[in-house]
Design a protein around this ligand. Structure first.
Ligand code: ADP
Ligand code: ADP
Length: 228
């Protein structure tokens, strides 16, 4: 359902953030994208949610060529994606409820439907008692769970997360991972950029490794990782 053909991305000439990436991710897959800082993980995710355009190559999502997609159609695609940003990007002047309701409102859902879905999703992430709070009144782990709830509330076709457990203690990180596993079980394709080797060991899934913009390894769960 996601395909990349010879995708290259350069932000500046003479340096490539991604080079000749070829990749197929079937619907319902759960994939870790790993590699050192600067390897190109964020860039790969940004291409998928159309925050950046590839310099060359093609990207197909659900059969649609997003590379050629007109500007008008990008928002429509994005409305079906759940994105968890590294820095959360919550609306700090809005309540937790309003933050999670936002993507549903963008979809034009009816008010009762929005409320029902938001309550359900906040309950799932264990924050139903904090719905009138503002993000800055919450701990980092709670803010992260709001960000995850906002991504999950639309039952996304693809869930994309950039280092979602990076700054969390291991306990909270595992809870967040359980939420991603749940979304995956309900049908979302999950793409998760992470440095967290321990998490990959505990929850084994397909692992794609980038090194200086190149895809250097792509392995099924339980294959041993070099050096381990
Ligand atoms: P990762 O997420 O694996 O740390 P990135 O995708 O953020 O890697 O970065 C890959 C390379 O592209 C790095 O060399 C980084 O400095 C460069 N890069 C990323 N974003 C930009 C940008 N907006 N402008 C210029 N260079 C960028
Ligand atoms: P990551 O941990 O994903 O590598 P970074 O801290 O590298 O994140 O990047 C944070 C932001 O800065 C991103 O939006 C990225 O696109 C941008 N960025 C990264 N490297 C550069 C760069 N060399 N020049 C300009 N922007 C950059």
């Amino acid at each position: 359902m996601i395909q990349l053909h010879n995708v290259c991305k350069s932000y500046q000439k003479d340096s490539a953030a991604l080079e000749e990436i070829n990749l197929k991710i079937p619907k319902g897959d759960f994939v870790y994208i790993t590699g050192a800082s600067g390897a190109g993980k964020s860039t790969l995710l940004k291409l998928l949610y159309c925050a950046e355009k590839p310099s060359r190559g093609q990207i197909l999502i659900d059969g649609q060529n997003v590379t050629r997609m007109g500007l008008g159609r990008i928002p429509r695609l994005r409305r079906r994606l759940g994105i968890v940003f590294q820095d959360f990007k919550l609306l700090n002047r809005r309540t937790v409820f309003e933050n999670v309701a936002f993507p549903l409102e963008v979809q034009g859902r009816k008010r009762y439907e929005v409320s029902k879905k938001v309550f359900h999703t906040l309950k799932m992430v264990g924050l139903e008692h904090k719905l009138q709070r503002h993000p800055l009144e919450l701990s980092g782990g709670e803010q992260q769970r709001v960000a995850v709830a906002r991504a999950l509330v639309i039952d996304p076709v693809v869930l994309i997360a950039d280092e979602p457990t990076g700054n969390l203690d291991p306990e909270v990180a595992l809870e967040i991972m359980e939420l991603f596993k749940g979304a995956n079980a309900r049908g979302s394709t999950v793409l998760l950029a992470t440095h967290d080797r321990e998490m990959i060991r505990r929850i084994p899934r397909r692992v794609i490794t980038l090194d200086q913009g190149r895809l250097v390894d792509d392995r099924a769960p339980y294959d041993t990782v070099p050096g381990e």
